[in-house]
Design a protein around this ligand. Structure first.
Ligand SMILES: [Zn+2]
Length: 345
């Protein structure tokens, strides 16, 4: 299916000025938008050569830009130049209309502020694994996770711990790396956030862990990603081993680790940095594209979440507990349309 949509494109990007012929010439370019990153690629042009084919298992959205290029009236014998306002701004004159079933989420081609996403090369990075392994042998951390498990299954509000390094002089050991602060919601205000509670510096934050009771998503919410994004974007002192964890009402833990901080911040800039973006991201990505919704099965939500992280160049890796002692985690990967667990090595 081809839909039509205007784009912002300089004519000189497409054709040499000397190729313009009088009295009027028509040019078209067909583009496709990748379903995961919303990048735009030239698909074919007037010469009919296919430049790039859609390389995704989901269908790429396509649109065609048609340009009618006419010389100014009187400059040639045709006298038909008024049909076009000139070609310097194709966005004003390209054909437009038709439905885009993507609802235009963050992909408005006319928005010059919409940043390009550069896909990161596939590099296996050990840092997220090492960061997560440290949690597997920290006895106090595991106790906190167990508290969250109990709260998630017994209470209808969230509990949250900030995980910090504490005072520089504090003695740490591999079984007790962190200091914790405890926060919880209430029946009338079930969600809880650490910010707004008097914490003025996050410089020593190492992570956040919290519970989701059964009415909430079994995976991390958009709000959780927003929290993580602001911490990582605005606080250079927070190190790249910062993690964001969750225990859901089934006792399953998911821990997000940073694989590529710059990519994560770019993801947040693109999708999470304003109320409007968050609304669109929730509707168009979480719910529509990746089928992450309250009421779905846990496995469907997990699959959608892992797929979203991998397809959207989030810069994150997600680890899942293998039992409710929180002594072991597997990394979740999205391969061939399935969630595949892997060990850290
Ligand atoms: Zn949450």
């Amino acid at each position: 299916m081809i839909t039509y949509q205007s784009i912002d494109l300089a004519l000189s990007d497409m054709m040499a000025p000397e190729s313009v012929q009088v009295p009027c010439t028509t040019h078209f370019n067909t583009y496709h938008i990748t379903p995961d990153t919303n990048d735009t690629f030239l698909y074919s042009s007037t010469n009919g050569h296919i430049q790039n084919v859609c390389q995704h298992d989901m269908e790429c959205h396509s649109y065609t830009v048609i340009e009618l290029d006419c010389p100014p009236a009187g400059s040639s014998g045709s006298g038909t130049g008024s049909s076009s306002s000139g070609s310097s701004d194709p966005s004003n004159e390209t054909t437009s209309g038709g439905g885009d079933n993507n609802n235009g989420s963050n992909t408005d081609p006319n928005d010059p502020n919409d940043p390009d996403i550069v896909t990161a090369p596939l590099i296996i990075k050990k840092a997220p694994c090492e960061s997560n392994k440290r949690l597997e042998i920290d006895d106090v951390f595991k106790q906190k996770m167990t508290i969250l498990k109990d709260r998630a299954s017994s209470q209808s509000f969230e509990t949250l711990f900030t995980v910090r390094t504490g005072a520089p002089s504090a003695v740490t050991s591999i079984t007790d790396n962190f200091d914790y602060q405890h926060f919880q919601g209430s029946i009338s205000k079930p969600k809880v956030a650490w910010n707004g509670t008097g914490i003025t510096s996050v410089a020593d934050f190492k992570g956040i862990i919290h519970s989701h009771f059964s009415d909430l998503l079994p995976v991390l919410s958009v709000g959780d990603l927003v929290d993580m994004y602001y911490i990582m974007k605005n606080n250079a002192a927070v190190t790249n081993d910062f993690f964001y964890g969750l225990v859901n009402s089934s006792g399953t833990a998911y821990i997000l680790q940073i694989q590529d901080r710059a990519a994560f911040v770019a993801f947040g800039d693109r999708y999470l940095s304003t109320e409007g973006k968050r609304f669109k991201f929730t509707q168009n990505q979480y719910e529509s594209r990746y089928n992450i919704k309250e009421g779905n099965s846990n496995s469907d939500n997990e699959k959608g979440f892992v797929k979203m992280l991998s397809k959207i160049n989030s810069g994150l890796q997600v680890f899942k507990s293998t039992d409710t002692t929180y002594s072991d985690y597997k990394k979740l990967n999205y391969i061939n349309s399935e969630v595949v667990e892997s060990d850290c090595n």
